[in-house]
Ligand binder design. Structure first.
Ligand SMILES: C[C@H](O)[C@H](O)[C@H]1CNC2=NC(N)=NC(=O)C2=N1
Length: 80
């Protein structure tokens, strides 16, 4: 579940290993480009932490963040 706090949507994703985590990041990168909306994120080995906020609106959560969050979740649901 995405958690909304401190004007961000945050979710942590865990994978089998670094390769799986980085593959996920690559897929998210293409989605972010398609949305013209980009995550603040970090990766540590098999863990990817994503924070979504809208910088252009002064770092608040907007519909753009919610749409990107949903698109990221859909990616996982597809089993890709
Ligand atoms: C110029 C460009 O459209 C903007 O800077 C976009 C790009 N990606 C973005 N991503 C995020 N997270 N917030 C923004 O405000 C934002 N703005």
């Amino acid at each position: 579940m995405w958690k909304e706090e401190n004007n961000k949507l945050t979710k942590t994703f865990k994978f089998k290993d670094f390769t799986e985590a980085f593959a996920f990041m690559t897929r998210v990168a293409f989605i972010a480009e398609a949305h013209n909306h980009h995550p603040d994120w970090s990766n540590s080995y098999n863990t990817v932490t994503i924070e979504l906020t809208t910088h252009d609106k002064g770092n608040v959560v907007t519909q753009k963040d919610k749409d990107l969050a949903k698109a990221i979740d859909n990616l996982q649901n597809e089993g890709n």
